[in-house]
Every structure is written in C-alpha cells, then in structure tokens.
Design a protein around this ligand. Sequence first.
Ligand code: TYM
Length: 332
Amino acid sequence: RPRVLSGIQPTADSFHLGNYLGALRQWVKLQDTHETFYSVVDLHAITVEQDPKVLRQRTRVSAAQLLAIGIDPQRSALFVQSHVPEHAQLSWVLECQTGFGEAGRMTQFKDKSAKQGSDRSSVGLFTYPVLQAADILLYQADAVPVGEDQRQHLELTRDLAQRFNNRLGKTFVVPEPYIIKDTAKIYDLQEPTAKMSKSASNVNGIIELLEDPKRSAKKIRSAVTDTGREVKFDTENKAGVSNLLTIYSALTDRTIADLEAAYEGKGYGDLKKDLGEVFVEWVTPIQERAKSYLDDTAELDKVLAAGAERAREVASKTLARTYQRIGFLPPV
Ligand code: TYM
C-alpha cells in the first residue's frame, strides 16, 4: 500500500471547517487505500509562544477530534509529534541541507514573521518548513493530503528529498501533494476572499467543529454574500455564495449543479438556512464522539502511545539510514 503522512497543529480550541474540508476529510478517506500516518504536530505549535497547560489540553482535544471524524487507530498510526523524537533529529540533518535564502522565501514564514516583527519571531518559525519536510520524509510518504496553503512547503520537501538523494544516494521517497481542488481553500464567511483561518480577526468568519452548533448555524445565516439574488457558483462575482455552495456540496456529496438547480427561484436566505441545518446535523454526532474520547483521557493517551510506537518503527529506520548516509559513526 502506498503511504500517507499528514499533520495538524494543536493551536486552537477547535479545528475549523477549512481544516476539515481542505485536509481532514481526505485523511479519513485515504485510510481505505493507503497506509496512513497522522500526527498532531506539537513541535510545530511551539514556533509561536504557547501556554504549556493550554498546549497539553489542545493536543488531546485535537486527537479526540481526529478520532471523532473517523480516523481509525486500528488502520492509522495516530500520534503526537513530540512522542517520536526522530522528527526533531531528522529535521536537524535537513536544516543543514537547506539554503538560508531558500527558507527565507517561504511565504508563510514571511507573513507570520512580518506580523510578529522579526525580533519577536523565533528561529523555529524560520525552520518550521524543514521540520515539516522531516515529518513527511521519515515515513517515506507517497502522498500528503493538505489544503492549498501548504503547497509551497511540499515543494520544499520535494526539493530537499531530491537534493539529498542526488548527493548521498536514494534515501527518501519524493512525495506528491494530495490537494483536492474543489475544497483546497475554504473562505472566511465574513470576508469571502480570505482563507478561513484560526487567526481571523472576526470569529463570525470561521466555523469551529466544537463550538455550539446553534452558533455555527447563526454564523452561516449571517455569512457575507453579494446583493444579487441568484444562487449560482461564480467565484469572481459571488465569492460568498460560491463558498457556501462548496461547503454545502462537500458536506452532502451533492454536486454544485444539483444545488444550483434546487435553489432556482429561491434566495440566499433559503440556502443559508438549509446549510446551517445540514451543518448542525453533520457536526452533532462528531461533537458527541469527541466528548466521549475526552471523558477518558487515560484511554486516549493509550491510543496515542500505541500510535507513536507504530510511527517510531518506521521513523527510526529512515533516521538510521539517513545518519549512515551522512557519515555519522554508528554507536555500538
Ligand atoms: P494547519 O494545522 O494550519 O492546518 C491543517 C490542515 O488544514 C488545511 N487548511 C485549510 N484547507 C482549506 N481551506 C482552509 N481555509 C484551510 N485552513 C487550513 C491546511 O492546509 C492543513 O492541511 N504546516 C501544517 C501542519 C504540518 C503538516 C506536516 C502537514 C506539519 N507537518 C506534514 C502535512 C504534512 C499546518 O500548519 O497545518
């Protein structure tokens, strides 16, 4: 079976609908066809300041949400990144293969460090994409399911894998991004030309999986749309409506054309009201399952420990091979 690796940061109290539709939904589906490794990437989270207690809590909440949406720990190795020390170890080796300018060109780094000011940005924020490359290359992943915003990081990962292979002999599989075009970028409900993001300035623009579903339905009903009436998919002139159609289509597996036909002669209000209901119905059982995983953290921690053990079996082999290629003297 081909391999898949992906990760998500435990940096919010809840995942949002962009995370789910852009990436996590694919994580679940790929379990049927691939050998899957999924990580809650806490090492990445600390590239910006975190409160220790909050980070620990969010790491568990993240894992619980992944189980709740259908990540099956029998089929997937579900683990916390810091439980597998090989990630940090391979990252160091890859950092030494990465150009300073090359890392400096990463747009996510440029955006984040511009926001924080370069004196307040950590060196870890700069090397963040190299750690991400280590995550992927450790598992010899063939495919990496992510949203559009991760494309550049995957390009870097591919470059690093190829460079290492060319210099020191075939060591890493060169991974392909797995980005589903229709849902690769979900937009903010209040600002439908901007990506839905946990750092959004207006909380009404983002739909959280763990918030009160009534609140989500209300956010959907008050989503920003244009002044027209017709429910049509037209990203240029109807960004807001198009985003709602994308979400509606993804949650129901109905095509956009089918939805357009169904809302012919009706207004945006009907679309929003119905989508709110669709969302509530979809998210309610997910919330119940997440809650039950969080009611038994001892069991949850056991699942994560087993995931880490499986991950380490693969990761340690890749790291040993990499160390040997680089010329490190093996310990006896
Ligand atoms: P993170 O934690 O920011 O987001 C997790 C996943 O959600 C996707 N995503 C979106 N997709 C569509 N529309 C949106 N509005 C939207 N917002 C977020 C992201 O593309 C991502 O797939 N650097 C990664 C975490 C990471 C990783 C990895 C991913 C660390 N190591 C190895 C893949 C492989 C990140 O910050 O994702």
